[in-house]
Design a protein around this ligand. Sequence first.
Ligand SMILES: Nc1ncnc2c1ncn2[C@@H]1O[C@H](COP(=O)(O)OP(=O)(O)O)[C@@H](O)[C@H]1O
Ligand SMILES: [Mg+2]
Length: 278
Amino acid sequence: MQTETAGAGSGGPSGARVKARFEGVSKRFGEAADAVQALEPVTLDLAENAFVCLVGPSGCGKSTLLNIMAGFETATTGRVLMDDVPVVGPDPKRGVVFQQGALFTWMNVLDNVAFGPLATGKSKAEAARIAAHHVELVGLSSFARRYPYELSGGMQQRVGIARALANDPEILLMDEPFAALDAQTRELLQEEIKRIWQETRKTVLWITHSIEEALFLATDIVVMSARPGRIKARFAPRFAASSDPAVVASVEFGRMKAEIFGLLREEAIAAQRQEAVR
Ligand SMILES: Nc1ncnc2c1ncn2[C@@H]1O[C@H](COP(=O)(O)OP(=O)(O)O)[C@@H](O)[C@H]1O
Ligand SMILES: [Mg+2]
Protein backbone atom coordinates (compact mmCIF):
# COMPACT_ATOMS: atom_id res chain seq x y z
CA MET A 1 0.00 0.00 0.00
CA GLN A 2 1.29 3.42 -0.88
CA THR A 3 0.74 5.08 2.42
CA GLU A 4 2.88 7.76 3.91
CA THR A 5 2.52 9.96 6.91
CA ALA A 6 2.14 13.53 5.76
CA GLY A 7 4.82 15.29 7.71
CA ALA A 8 5.66 18.95 7.44
CA GLY A 9 8.08 19.53 4.63
CA SER A 10 7.00 16.56 2.54
CA GLY A 11 6.37 17.98 -0.86
CA GLY A 12 3.87 15.39 -2.03
CA PRO A 13 4.71 12.29 -4.02
CA SER A 14 6.21 14.24 -6.93
CA GLY A 15 8.52 16.28 -4.69
CA ALA A 16 6.94 19.45 -6.13
CA ARG A 17 6.79 22.75 -4.30
CA VAL A 18 4.24 22.94 -1.48
CA LYS A 19 1.39 25.26 -2.46
CA ALA A 20 -0.66 24.96 0.70
CA ARG A 21 -0.42 23.14 3.99
CA PHE A 22 -2.66 22.05 6.83
CA GLU A 23 -0.41 22.25 9.85
CA GLY A 24 -1.74 20.44 12.92
CA VAL A 25 -5.27 21.58 12.09
CA SER A 26 -7.91 20.32 14.53
CA LYS A 27 -11.49 21.41 15.04
CA ARG A 28 -13.83 21.20 17.97
CA PHE A 29 -17.38 22.49 17.62
CA GLY A 30 -19.35 23.70 20.62
CA GLU A 31 -18.55 23.88 24.32
CA ALA A 32 -17.95 21.50 27.24
CA ALA A 33 -20.22 18.45 27.35
CA ASP A 34 -21.84 19.23 24.02
CA ALA A 35 -18.56 19.70 22.21
CA VAL A 36 -17.90 17.66 19.09
CA GLN A 37 -14.30 16.89 18.19
CA ALA A 38 -14.65 16.98 14.41
CA LEU A 39 -10.97 16.73 13.51
CA GLU A 40 -7.84 15.41 15.18
CA PRO A 41 -4.76 17.44 14.26
CA VAL A 42 -4.28 17.00 10.52
CA THR A 43 -1.03 17.81 8.77
CA LEU A 44 -1.20 17.63 5.00
CA ASP A 45 0.65 19.28 2.15
CA LEU A 46 -0.90 20.18 -1.17
CA ALA A 47 1.88 20.19 -3.73
CA GLU A 48 1.71 22.83 -6.44
CA ASN A 49 -0.50 21.62 -9.32
CA ALA A 50 -1.60 18.57 -7.33
CA PHE A 51 -5.16 17.29 -7.54
CA VAL A 52 -5.82 16.11 -4.00
CA CYS A 53 -8.97 14.11 -3.29
CA LEU A 54 -10.27 13.71 0.24
CA VAL A 55 -12.40 10.64 0.84
CA GLY A 56 -13.88 9.43 4.12
CA PRO A 57 -17.16 8.51 5.80
CA SER A 58 -19.89 11.12 6.27
CA GLY A 59 -19.26 13.38 9.23
CA CYS A 60 -15.49 12.72 9.38
CA GLY A 61 -14.64 16.40 8.93
CA LYS A 62 -13.90 16.69 5.19
CA SER A 63 -16.01 19.81 4.67
CA THR A 64 -14.64 21.25 7.90
CA LEU A 65 -11.09 20.90 6.56
CA LEU A 66 -12.00 22.47 3.24
CA ASN A 67 -13.86 25.32 4.93
CA ILE A 68 -10.84 26.04 7.12
CA MET A 69 -8.65 26.28 4.02
CA ALA A 70 -11.28 28.49 2.36
CA GLY A 71 -11.19 30.78 5.39
CA PHE A 72 -14.89 30.26 6.18
CA GLU A 73 -14.13 28.39 9.40
CA THR A 74 -11.32 28.78 11.94
CA ALA A 75 -9.13 25.96 13.24
CA THR A 76 -9.24 25.16 16.97
CA THR A 77 -5.54 24.32 16.85
CA GLY A 78 -3.00 24.62 14.07
CA ARG A 79 -3.19 26.69 10.94
CA VAL A 80 -3.42 26.62 7.17
CA LEU A 81 -0.64 28.11 5.11
CA MET A 82 -0.80 29.13 1.48
CA ASP A 83 2.59 29.94 -0.01
CA ASP A 84 3.80 29.97 3.61
CA VAL A 85 1.32 32.73 4.55
CA PRO A 86 -1.36 31.89 7.16
CA VAL A 87 -4.96 31.87 5.93
CA VAL A 88 -7.05 34.30 7.98
CA GLY A 89 -10.20 34.59 5.88
CA PRO A 90 -11.69 34.09 2.43
CA ASP A 91 -9.60 35.23 -0.52
CA PRO A 92 -10.20 35.15 -4.30
CA LYS A 93 -6.91 33.23 -4.56
CA ARG A 94 -8.93 30.28 -3.29
CA GLY A 95 -11.98 29.51 -5.42
CA VAL A 96 -14.74 27.40 -3.86
CA VAL A 97 -17.39 25.24 -5.53
CA PHE A 98 -20.07 23.47 -3.49
CA GLN A 99 -22.39 20.56 -4.23
CA GLN A 100 -25.15 22.91 -5.26
CA GLY A 101 -23.83 25.88 -7.18
CA ALA A 102 -24.83 29.06 -5.37
CA LEU A 103 -25.56 30.91 -8.62
CA PHE A 104 -27.26 34.29 -8.73
CA THR A 105 -30.72 33.38 -10.01
CA TRP A 106 -31.34 36.87 -11.41
CA MET A 107 -28.21 36.87 -13.56
CA ASN A 108 -27.60 35.02 -16.80
CA VAL A 109 -24.65 32.65 -17.17
CA LEU A 110 -22.23 35.27 -18.47
CA ASP A 111 -23.11 37.77 -15.76
CA ASN A 112 -22.74 35.10 -13.07
CA VAL A 113 -19.23 34.34 -14.32
CA ALA A 114 -18.32 38.02 -14.82
CA PHE A 115 -19.36 38.88 -11.27
CA GLY A 116 -16.05 37.94 -9.61
CA PRO A 117 -13.79 39.76 -12.08
CA LEU A 118 -16.01 42.86 -11.79
CA ALA A 119 -15.93 42.66 -8.00
CA THR A 120 -12.13 42.57 -8.05
CA GLY A 121 -11.95 45.74 -10.12
CA LYS A 122 -11.76 44.54 -13.72
CA SER A 123 -13.37 46.80 -16.34
CA LYS A 124 -16.72 45.75 -17.80
CA ALA A 125 -15.14 44.84 -21.11
CA GLU A 126 -12.36 42.82 -19.48
CA ALA A 127 -14.80 41.02 -17.15
CA ALA A 128 -16.99 40.16 -20.15
CA ARG A 129 -14.00 38.78 -22.03
CA ILE A 130 -12.89 36.68 -19.05
CA ALA A 131 -16.45 35.41 -18.55
CA ALA A 132 -16.86 34.46 -22.21
CA HIS A 133 -13.56 32.57 -22.14
CA HIS A 134 -14.50 30.55 -19.05
CA VAL A 135 -18.03 29.87 -20.23
CA GLU A 136 -16.47 28.43 -23.38
CA LEU A 137 -13.96 26.43 -21.31
CA VAL A 138 -16.84 24.60 -19.61
CA GLY A 139 -18.69 24.13 -22.92
CA LEU A 140 -21.60 26.48 -22.29
CA SER A 141 -21.13 29.17 -24.93
CA SER A 142 -24.52 28.50 -26.47
CA PHE A 143 -26.16 28.95 -23.04
CA ALA A 144 -24.35 32.17 -22.14
CA ARG A 145 -27.53 34.27 -22.09
CA ARG A 146 -29.63 31.70 -20.24
CA TYR A 147 -30.63 32.00 -16.59
CA PRO A 148 -29.85 29.34 -13.96
CA TYR A 149 -33.47 28.06 -13.87
CA GLU A 150 -33.15 27.22 -17.58
CA LEU A 151 -30.14 24.96 -16.99
CA SER A 152 -29.81 21.31 -15.94
CA GLY A 153 -28.01 20.45 -12.70
CA GLY A 154 -24.88 19.52 -14.64
CA MET A 155 -24.90 22.83 -16.50
CA GLN A 156 -25.36 24.74 -13.26
CA GLN A 157 -22.31 23.00 -11.80
CA ARG A 158 -20.37 23.91 -14.94
CA VAL A 159 -21.31 27.55 -14.40
CA GLY A 160 -20.15 27.24 -10.77
CA ILE A 161 -16.80 25.89 -11.98
CA ALA A 162 -16.49 28.64 -14.63
CA ARG A 163 -17.30 31.22 -11.98
CA ALA A 164 -14.63 29.90 -9.65
CA LEU A 165 -12.04 29.77 -12.47
CA ALA A 166 -12.87 33.28 -13.71
CA ASN A 167 -11.22 34.74 -10.60
CA ASP A 168 -8.05 32.94 -11.67
CA PRO A 169 -7.67 31.31 -8.24
CA GLU A 170 -4.43 29.57 -7.34
CA ILE A 171 -6.30 26.83 -5.52
CA LEU A 172 -9.69 25.33 -6.29
CA LEU A 173 -11.63 23.96 -3.32
CA MET A 174 -14.43 21.66 -4.41
CA ASP A 175 -16.82 20.10 -1.88
CA GLU A 176 -18.55 17.16 -3.57
CA PRO A 177 -19.23 19.26 -6.67
CA PHE A 178 -20.77 16.37 -8.63
CA ALA A 179 -22.62 14.60 -5.82
CA ALA A 180 -26.09 15.72 -6.91
CA LEU A 181 -25.63 14.74 -10.57
CA ASP A 182 -26.75 11.61 -12.38
CA ALA A 183 -24.08 9.04 -13.20
CA GLN A 184 -23.71 9.85 -16.90
CA THR A 185 -23.51 13.62 -16.41
CA ARG A 186 -21.03 13.01 -13.67
CA GLU A 187 -18.73 10.92 -15.85
CA LEU A 188 -18.76 13.51 -18.62
CA LEU A 189 -18.01 16.30 -16.18
CA GLN A 190 -15.19 14.27 -14.65
CA GLU A 191 -13.59 14.04 -18.09
CA GLU A 192 -14.11 17.77 -18.55
CA ILE A 193 -12.67 18.74 -15.19
CA LYS A 194 -9.65 16.56 -15.92
CA ARG A 195 -9.11 18.37 -19.22
CA ILE A 196 -9.52 21.76 -17.50
CA TRP A 197 -7.09 20.77 -14.75
CA GLN A 198 -4.57 19.52 -17.32
CA GLU A 199 -4.91 22.85 -19.18
CA THR A 200 -4.90 25.25 -16.25
CA ARG A 201 -2.74 23.28 -13.78
CA LYS A 202 -4.49 24.69 -10.75
CA THR A 203 -3.89 23.13 -7.36
CA VAL A 204 -7.11 21.36 -6.41
CA LEU A 205 -8.59 20.07 -3.16
CA TRP A 206 -11.59 17.94 -4.05
CA ILE A 207 -13.98 16.09 -1.75
CA THR A 208 -15.86 13.12 -3.08
CA HIS A 209 -17.69 10.01 -1.91
CA SER A 210 -16.80 8.24 -5.13
CA ILE A 211 -13.62 6.16 -5.09
CA GLU A 212 -13.75 5.89 -8.90
CA GLU A 213 -13.97 9.67 -9.21
CA ALA A 214 -10.99 10.09 -6.88
CA LEU A 215 -8.94 7.50 -8.77
CA PHE A 216 -9.80 8.98 -12.15
CA LEU A 217 -8.97 12.57 -11.17
CA ALA A 218 -6.49 12.67 -8.32
CA THR A 219 -2.74 12.82 -8.12
CA ASP A 220 -3.12 12.24 -4.35
CA ILE A 221 -5.92 10.48 -2.51
CA VAL A 222 -6.21 11.10 1.21
CA VAL A 223 -8.37 8.58 3.07
CA MET A 224 -9.76 9.92 6.34
CA SER A 225 -10.91 7.98 9.39
CA ALA A 226 -14.32 8.20 11.02
CA ARG A 227 -14.85 11.20 13.32
CA PRO A 228 -12.72 12.64 14.80
CA GLY A 229 -11.19 12.75 11.35
CA ARG A 230 -7.53 12.04 10.81
CA ILE A 231 -5.49 10.85 7.88
CA LYS A 232 -5.68 7.09 7.62
CA ALA A 233 -3.85 6.49 4.35
CA ARG A 234 -2.56 8.21 1.26
CA PHE A 235 -2.36 6.98 -2.30
CA ALA A 236 -0.69 8.39 -5.38
CA PRO A 237 -2.66 7.06 -8.35
CA ARG A 238 -1.27 7.63 -11.82
CA PHE A 239 -4.46 8.09 -13.78
CA ALA A 240 -4.82 11.89 -13.59
CA ALA A 241 -2.26 12.33 -16.36
CA SER A 242 -4.21 10.14 -18.75
CA SER A 243 -7.00 11.52 -20.93
CA ASP A 244 -8.28 8.06 -21.75
CA PRO A 245 -11.58 7.30 -19.99
CA ALA A 246 -10.71 3.60 -20.34
CA VAL A 247 -8.10 3.81 -17.54
CA VAL A 248 -10.91 2.83 -15.18
CA ALA A 249 -10.81 -0.66 -16.72
CA SER A 250 -7.10 -1.20 -15.94
CA VAL A 251 -5.88 -3.79 -13.44
CA GLU A 252 -4.03 -1.14 -11.42
CA PHE A 253 -7.21 0.94 -11.13
CA GLY A 254 -9.19 -2.06 -9.91
CA ARG A 255 -6.54 -3.00 -7.37
CA MET A 256 -6.37 0.49 -5.83
CA LYS A 257 -10.14 0.76 -5.86
CA ALA A 258 -10.48 -2.47 -3.88
CA GLU A 259 -7.88 -1.34 -1.37
CA ILE A 260 -9.47 2.06 -0.77
CA PHE A 261 -12.90 0.47 -0.66
CA GLY A 262 -11.69 -1.83 2.14
CA LEU A 263 -10.27 1.08 4.14
CA LEU A 264 -13.42 3.15 3.73
CA ARG A 265 -15.63 0.25 4.66
CA GLU A 266 -13.86 -0.12 8.01
CA GLU A 267 -14.35 3.59 8.66
CA ALA A 268 -17.99 3.58 7.56
CA ILE A 269 -18.64 0.78 10.06
CA ALA A 270 -16.86 2.76 12.78
CA ALA A 271 -18.95 5.83 11.89
CA GLN A 272 -22.15 3.79 12.13
CA ARG A 273 -21.18 2.54 15.59
CA GLN A 274 -20.66 6.16 16.67
CA GLU A 275 -24.15 7.01 15.43
CA ALA A 276 -25.59 4.06 17.37
CA VAL A 277 -24.11 5.12 20.72
CA ARG A 278 -24.97 8.79 20.36
N1 LIG B 1 -21.12 24.31 12.58
C1 LIG B 1 -21.09 23.14 13.22
N2 LIG B 1 -21.46 23.05 14.52
C2 LIG B 1 -21.40 21.86 15.19
N3 LIG B 1 -20.97 20.72 14.63
C3 LIG B 1 -20.58 20.75 13.36
C4 LIG B 1 -20.62 21.96 12.57
N4 LIG B 1 -20.17 21.67 11.33
C5 LIG B 1 -19.87 20.35 11.32
N5 LIG B 1 -20.12 19.80 12.54
C6 LIG B 1 -19.87 18.40 12.93
O1 LIG B 1 -18.51 18.11 12.64
C7 LIG B 1 -18.39 16.81 12.09
C8 LIG B 1 -17.71 16.90 10.74
O2 LIG B 1 -18.59 17.53 9.80
P1 LIG B 1 -18.23 17.74 8.28
O3 LIG B 1 -16.93 18.42 8.16
O4 LIG B 1 -19.40 18.38 7.64
O5 LIG B 1 -18.09 16.22 7.77
P2 LIG B 1 -18.05 15.63 6.29
O6 LIG B 1 -17.95 16.76 5.32
O7 LIG B 1 -16.86 14.71 6.30
O8 LIG B 1 -19.32 14.83 6.11
C9 LIG B 1 -19.79 16.23 12.04
O9 LIG B 1 -19.97 15.42 13.18
C10 LIG B 1 -20.68 17.44 12.09
O10 LIG B 1 -21.91 17.13 12.68
MG1 LIG C 1 -19.22 17.39 3.77
